[in-house]
Design a protein around this ligand. Structure first.
Ligand SMILES: Cc1ncc(COP(=O)(O)O)c(C=O)c1O
Length: 358
């Protein structure tokens, strides 16, 4: 019966499925496996002093002040969400209605399309280039032709790991009569940002998350930074109490201890470069340069290889056998022990597959 009631736009959608695996080395979700015990202890101590019987601060006042201070912008230019996923939903809720258009590159992070289509909007997907490089000319052409309400630029991009030159993003922001969202979920592993421009461009919104660099995926804390005008609009559709008090405490502690986090991030970047070299040395494996905490690579029999790795207790992300990501696997950069385990298992698998083929 409920099937007859559901919106047409939702009927067409498939749920974003996340399978749970027990006792595996998780290298499938771009998480930070390095996060230190010291930080957890500090978080636990602060949580002991928090009042969980009370609703949380609905506006994340202290956190917005802390983020604003670190980025040298006013707290009124910051909105905090239940993960940056929630900010993506708020953007769509506020700006995209039936028939409105949203421009993205493809392949990219799936939630832009899911939220747009649920809102009865249309996603105009501009393919990335041959090696997944950003196709500026096609994107700007689509922006001019389609007149979208929102443009999503993901820098670095997930799952390809590629980046967009800053001058190209600026030209898009200047030429679009749209809200231009620059999703910097992987900023900490790259280091370049558009945050310094939010006071110049009222249509620019930068997204960040504490799920990746800061290792706080379980707490679900992300934020958006933009003009006061754009943040005021997003606040109109934000549910009250959207970030729990325990998550607000965890975020505060992480942001107070950036030096500790920065050290871990440097390790991840070193490990990424090491893994990149190792993957490149393997025969018939195409590796894409990454600026995130993950690497995408393409190889024959990707599905079987993902399965074999899983049998060895290593979980990586496989993207199916059709479309631009056919035969691609994405592996997150874990600890050096986890990465060594992954490369060893992958090498063994490739040797085995080669032997079977002979
Ligand atoms: C590009 C990008 N944006 C946003 C997100 C959502 O992050 P979260 O909701 O954990 O803040 C992800 C998660 O993988 C991502 O890859």
């Amino acid at each position: 019966m409920v099937n007859n009631l559901v919106k047409e736009s939702v009927k067409k959608l498939k749920p974003y499925e996340v399978k749970e695996y027990k006792n595996v080395t998780k290298l499938d979700a771009n998480e930070n496996n390095h996060i230190g015990e010291k930080l957890n202890e500090k978080i636990a101590q602060e949580i002991m002093n928090s009042s969980i019987n009370k609703y949380p601060d609905s506006d994340c006042t202290a956190l917005r002040k802390q983020i604003g201070g670190a980025l040298r912008i006013a707290p009124q230019q910051v909105i905090v969400g239940n993960g940056s996923d929630q900010i993506i939903s708020l953007i769509i809720d506020a700006f995209v209605g039936a028939g409105d258009k949203v421009v993205t590159s493809t392949p990219t992070f799936g939630m832009y399309k899911i939220t747009t289509e649920a809102a009865e909007g249309t996603t105009v997907e501009v393919p990335l280039g041959k090696n997944f490089e950003f196709d500026y000319y096609s994107l700007i052409k689509a922006v001019k032709k389609e007149e979208p309400k929102v443009v999503f630029l993901t820098n670095p991009n997930n799952p390809t790991g590629g980046i967009i030159p800053r001058e190209q993003m600026i030209r898009i922001v200047e030429n679009a009569n749209s809200v231009v969202v620059v999703d910097e979920a992987y900023y900490e592993f790259y280091g370049e940002s558009m945050v310094d421009l939010v006071n110049y461009y009222p249509n620019l919104l930068v997204l960040r998350t504490l799920s990746k660099g800061f290792g706080l995926a379980g707490a679900r804390v992300g934020y958006g930074v933009g003009s006061k005008e754009i943040i005021r609009i997003l606040n109109k559709v934000k549910p009250p109490y959207n970030v729990g008090s325990l998550s607000q405490v965890a975020a505060k502690v992480c942001l107070e201890n950036t030096a500790m986090v920065t050290e871990l991030i440097e390790d991840i970047i070193k490990e990424r470069e090491k893994m990149m070299k190792q993957l490149k040395s393997l025969p018939n494996v195409e590796v894409y340069k990454s600026y995130g905490n993950f690497i995408l690579f393409k190889l024959q029999d990707a599905k079987e290889i993902q399965q074999y790795l899983l049998e060895q207790g290593i979980l990586v992300r496989y993207f199916g056998d059709t479309g631009p990501l056919a035969d691609c696997i994405r592996v997150s950069i874990g600890t050096s022990r986890e990465n060594a385990l992954f490369t060893k298992s992958l090498q063994e698998t490739l040797t085995m597959v080669e032997e079977i083929a002979v």
